[in-house]
Design a protein around this ligand. Sequence first.
Ligand SMILES: NC(=O)c1ccc[n+]([C@@H]2O[C@H](COP(=O)([O-])OP(=O)(O)OC[C@H]3O[C@@H](n4cnc5c(N)ncnc54)[C@H](OP(=O)(O)O)[C@@H]3O)[C@@H](O)[C@H]2O)c1
Length: 246
Amino acid sequence: MRALLPDPVDDLDDRALERLYDYPPDLRRPWVQVNFVSSADGAATVAGRSAGLSHPADKKIFALGRDLADVVLVGAGTALVEGYRGVRRTERRAERRARLGLAETPPLAVLTGRCSFGPDAPLMADTLVPPIVLTCTSAPAERRAALAGAGADVVLAGAESVELGCALDALAERGLLRVCCEGGPTVFGELIAADLVDQVCLSVAPLATAGAAPRVAHGWHAVPRNLRLASVLTEDDYLMLRYRRD
Ligand SMILES: NC(=O)c1ccc[n+]([C@@H]2O[C@H](COP(=O)([O-])OP(=O)(O)OC[C@H]3O[C@@H](n4cnc5c(N)ncnc54)[C@H](OP(=O)(O)O)[C@@H]3O)[C@@H](O)[C@H]2O)c1
């Protein structure tokens, strides 16, 4: 992977990549990074999923996001469409996380207002660590109980819907400050609206798709937030952009 910014480097090695993408030291509050891939014309999916936009370089950044995080935050929509399972252990991940003093495997924290998945969903049944279910009091009590009974850490963080600030506070109470959000567009839109995004990692695929695919973020109101460009990497005509809160 070639770095264009902040410093031009022809072949960025894994340690340099890790330093570039690492979280700020000594965090005292949740620090939220979001990770997305988009086509050059702004599509977040091809045929309803993100796979058609991806590339090994983008996957490397995606995996790095998981490697460096205390917790992987995702909406139930993405978790179900993309067939989420718990984060896997790999040798590289284990080495990296041990060296950085992180728990061996980060849990998934899944946002759901309806508890729209059950104990048999792969994210519940195929995982090394129990997931955290971020839900609200309007979610059916028996569905909440079923998830808790299957080992999930069920957190009530709102009444009619999850208040994202409360959800992040609940993660912080568990010592989970390095938050890597993998989407989807609804969740990203809500995080922008609540001004909770610290870093945006956006891969741009050399692809124009047209069609009716969603953007990487959407919501009811446009709330422009200024970002500054922190790094630009490239491989095979893909761009891996990193923006930080201005
Ligand atoms: N290009 C990319 O990088 C990328 C990344 C991620 C996803 N995607 C794509 O995006 C699509 C899914 O995105 P999406 O926007 O439909 O779904 P999403 O943002 O992943 O999840 C939305 C769901 O999360 C729950 N949720 C979110 N905010 C909530 C809140 N404040 N309170 C309670 N529940 C909340 C709700 O679940 P319940 O319905 O269970 O209540 C809601 O239906 C898929 O096609 C996926 O492939 C693309």
